[in-house]
Design a protein around this ligand. Structure first.
Ligand SMILES: [Zn+2]
Length: 198
């Protein structure tokens, strides 16, 4: 069960499966608590994912002083988690920015009304900005780099890209680019949290 929710392979990260702390029966434990538990039990193969699940909620959650002892991270663990979170945030912001803003131009898009036809136009930049902030969450403190992004929103029953008039070809290109990003981050996760020497 733990193996499914804290998968060792990228393929185990299927969006339909419950991940992380949601698999525990009874009240859902805080991800910090799960991380502490896995470290105590030396469940090393599940540690990269357990670190990720804890950092996902951001610094406030990692350092939350109101948590019980069992969910309080020791200085060493906290340091690994914070270092990893910074690295993940940077990769997430830079790579998503590159994906949306730089890998989009008329060569790949032949849909007449799609703003990507003129990728430097104000309409295109406005659309890219909306897509970018929708995916990375401009005010968000944690990370969702391993999460499958939602490029579409439901406008009264009509599914439309969050970037106005962006065509489905462009969204597909971004979806596959983001899948590559998730795979890359996943393979580096142990390194990112300083676990490679285990
Ligand atoms: Zn397009």
């Amino acid at each position: 069960m733990v193996r499914d929710a804290y998968p060792e392979t990228f393929e185990g990260l299927a969006p339909s499966k419950p991940l992380g702390e949601n698999i525990f029966s009874g009240p859902t434990p805080h991800p910090n608590e799960v991380l502490n538990l896995f470290i105590q039990q030396k469940l090393t193969s599940a540690l990269p994912m357990a670190y990720y699940m804890a950092t996902r909620r951001g610094i406030g959650s990692l350092m939350d002083r109101s948590l019980p002892q069992s969910a309080t991270l020791s200085p060493g663990i906290l340091q690994s988690a914070m270092t990893g979170l910074m690295a993940l945030r940077e990769v997430e912001l830079n790579e998503t920015h590159r994906l949306i803003f730089e890998q989009t131009d008329s060569r790949f898009c032949s849909t007449p009304k799609c703003p990507s036809r003129t990728a430097t136009s104000p309409a295109a930049l406005d659309a890219y900005r909306k897509v970018f902030s929708h995916i990375v969450g401009s005010s968000q403190q944690g990370t969702k780099v391993l999460q499958v992004p939602e490029f579409y929103e439901d406008y009264e029953g009509d599914l439309r890209c969050v970037g106005p008039n962006i065509c489905s070809n462009c969204v597909q290109r971004w979806e596959s680019g983001h899948a590559d990003l998730r795979k890359k981050v996943w393979t580096e996760l142990a390194d990112i949290f300083g676990l490679s020497s285990y």
